[in-house]
Design a binder for this molecule. Structure first.
Ligand SMILES: NC(=O)c1ccc[n+]([C@@H]2O[C@H](COP(=O)([O-])OP(=O)(O)OC[C@H]3O[C@@H](n4cnc5c(N)ncnc54)[C@H](O)[C@@H]3O)[C@@H](O)[C@H]2O)c1
Length: 388
């Protein structure tokens, strides 16, 4: 039986609590932690977690002597590294919400703590556990469509003006960035996973077009170039009505996309496409995609099940700290390119100013100043993406 603690009992903790409750024979929630302990008490009552003890800090949890196997870090991004490192130093495994941390230096401290203590760290990227994304990846890997030459990544979300009034949002220091870091982190993880690695260079444009109460960008366009000459564009936004999210991959032989669609062209003698497309390949791709079995659990529940299995069997979780770091590295490059208004190379070295949060803060463009700071919103409903 795995004893789990949830640190940070706000919006996303609900997905963690519900995920853990799906496997009552494998884990139990023994602690809930929040700097507003009344929020943890509320979660305890709502989910009838009679056995869970409530703490007002992760330090108090670690000092309590309670046996904890797995800590779910569900706090704002700027606190992930410190909480995760302290928990790993106390011998706990951790599952850290996205983004792993706002800077590469913090990611490396977390990776070092994992190694030093012989514990396991997973990073949340729950959309790899969505049928549409999982099946797209499998179809790309089948090789039927050929290699990816050009990718369009649409991380399109919509958040109202007051979204940035929450105390930790809308500042470079506490939120670490805008949708490029906090929303597109999902799609950037997906494209890194599908591509199997990072691009060599990145250029980007950052803007804030609708949230004049926030320091951070609310929109970015990034162009990526890979070693094999292929390219990708990533749009990260919280200003897109309808949140039409997706990934479109233009491969040598066909276009593959999530939400699922596929088209394959074949040329006539004059270079123009045959009007009826390559029906044979399209049928083959459709058949391949539709023959892939659905995942047993999707989203957070799927990833939590994977982490529980890793702990039970002593294997690595599917989404590791190294994966989380890669995503932060690409995001850091997008910010660096945007702040400096030029194309930048990857990897980002330790000596690079952008390796540390202090360096990022020194260079960050303040689009506006944060104009309000509310402790908590009354409304609790959130959405976690428009994945079909
Ligand atoms: N995976 C996803 O789809 C997804 C969706 C939303 C948010 N998130 C991530 O989850 C994290 C939390 O976001 P949220 O929307 O739940 O925010 P939230 O503000 O609703 O919840 C965070 C909670 O952490 C508490 N907290 C803050 N600092 C703390 C500390 N040092 N120790 C203990 N508790 C502390 C706050 O009081 C709050 O209750 C962020 O990293 C965010 O990016 C992930």
């Amino acid at each position: 039986m795995i004893n789990a603690a949830v640190v940070g009992t706000g919006n996303i903790s609900v997905s963690h609590i519900q995920g853990l409750l799906t496997f009552p024979e494998r884990c139990k929630i023994v602690a809930l932690v929040d700097i507003y302990p009344e929020k943890a008490e509320g979660a305890k009552e709502k989910y009838r977690l009679e056995e869970a003890q409530v703490f007002d800090s992760h330090e108090a949890l670690l000092a309590s002597g309670l046996k904890i196997d797995l800590v779910h870090v569900c706090t704002p991004p700027s606190s992930h590294a410190q909480i995760a490192v302290n928990c790993m130093n106390a011998g706990c495994n951790v599952l850290v919400e996205k983004p792993m941390a706002p800077s590469l230096k913090e990611c490396d401290a977390m990776l070092e703590a994992e190694k030093k203590n012989g514990v396991t760290m997973g990073i949340v990227a729950q959309n790899r556990f969505r049928n549409s994304i999982y099946k797209l990846k499998k179809t790309v890997d089948s090789g039927l469509a050929g290699s990816i030459r050009c990718a369009h990544v649409n991380s399109l979300w919509w958040r109202g003006h007051c979204y940035y009034d929450l105390w930790w949002r809308g500042t470079w220091e506490k939120e670490g960035g805008g949708p490029t870091l906090n929303h597109a982190v999902h799609h950037i993880d997906m494209i890194n996973w599908i591509q199997g690695g990072l691009p060599e260079e990145v250029t980007s444009v950052l803007a804030n077009v609708m949230h004049d109460n926030s320091e951070v960008e609310d929109l970015s366009f990034a162009a990526l170039r890979y070693k094999d000459g292929s390219v990708a564009e990533v749009t990260s936004s919280v200003v897109h009505h309808g949140e039409e999210q997706g990934i479109v991959l233009q491969c040598e032989n066909a276009k593959l996309a999530a939400p699922w669609s596929c088209v394959a062209e074949v040329t006539q003698a004059n270079g123009f496409p045959v009007p009826e497309h390559n029906q044979e390949l399209m049928k083959e791709l459709d058949t391949f995609y539709n023959s892939i079995e659905d995942l047993p659990y999707e989203g957070h529940t799927g990833e939590i099940e994977n982490v529980l299995s890793a702990l039970e069997k002593g294997t690595r979780p599917f989404i590791t700290g190294e994966d989380g770091r890669k995503t932060v590295e690409l995001i850091t490059a997008i910010y660096k390119a945007g702040f400096q208004k030029r194309t930048v190379g990857l990897p980002i070295a330790e000596a690079d100013e952008y390796y540390t949060m202090e360096g990022i803060l020194r260079n960050a463009v303040h689009f506006y100043e944060k104009s309000a700071s509310v402790e908590n919103f009354a409304a609790e409903d959130i959405t976690v993406g428009n994945y079909k």
